[in-house]
Design a protein around this ligand. Structure first.
Ligand code: FES
Ligand code: FES
Length: 172
């Protein structure tokens, strides 16, 4: 049994640990780091429930060994929310009722995020292709597509300018 020491940045935070060469990335995330938002549906690269971003690209984390993540930047579903504010994709899935059991949802959102990073204004067909590696057994895909369209539109909207504190503008 060979053991390897790895250092991985996940959701902006550095994690390190010793892993067996055979340990799958999804098992390290869930069992060692307790990042259980990443789900396991099949373990055989079919369902997409385990999808995360590795250096900005969608990867099924059951298809990768933990040692292969050494030195990489990962984003899991836990990293979507920022400062207590839901990510537009999370909002979209809520507003458009895009889940029932929710088992596929983390992987679906991470696949959608990768799509929106490379194509901020995808057509319905492009969205369907973008999530074609992710299976949902409950909802059908109509509302999932709507949720991703919701997020795409929200992400394209100009963000309100941050006014630095003490710079005036509030009146006397
Ligand atoms: S658990 Fe990874 S694709 Fe199904
Ligand atoms: S909401 Fe149940 S599998 Fe997608």
């Amino acid at each position: 049994m060979s053991i390897h020491h790895i250092r991985v940045t996940i959701n902006g935070k550095l994690y390190e640990g010793d892993v067996e060469a055979r340990t799958l990335l999804v098992h390290w995330l869930r069992d060692s780091l307790r990042l259980t938002g990443t789900h396991i549906g099949c373990d055989t690269s079919s369902c997409g429930a385990c999808t995360i971003l590795v250096d900005g690209k969608a990867v099924k984390s059951c298809t990768m060994l933990a040692v292969q993540a050494d030195g990489r930047e990962l984003l899991t579903v836990e990293g979507l929310e920022q400062n207590g504010k839901l990510h537009p994709l999370q909002e979209g899935f809520h507003v458009e009722h895009a889940l029932q059991c929710g088992y596929c949802t983390p992987g679906m959102m991470m696949a959608a995020l990768a799509l929106l990073k490379r194509n901020p204004d995808p057509s319905e067909q492009e969205i369907r292709e973008g999530i074609s590696g992710n299976l949902c057994r409950c909802t059908g895909y109509v509302n999932i597509v709507k949720a991703i369209q919701y997020a795409a539109q929200k992400l394209r909207e100009p963000q309100p300018e941050q006014v630095p504190a003490g710079s005036g503008g509030g009146g006397e």
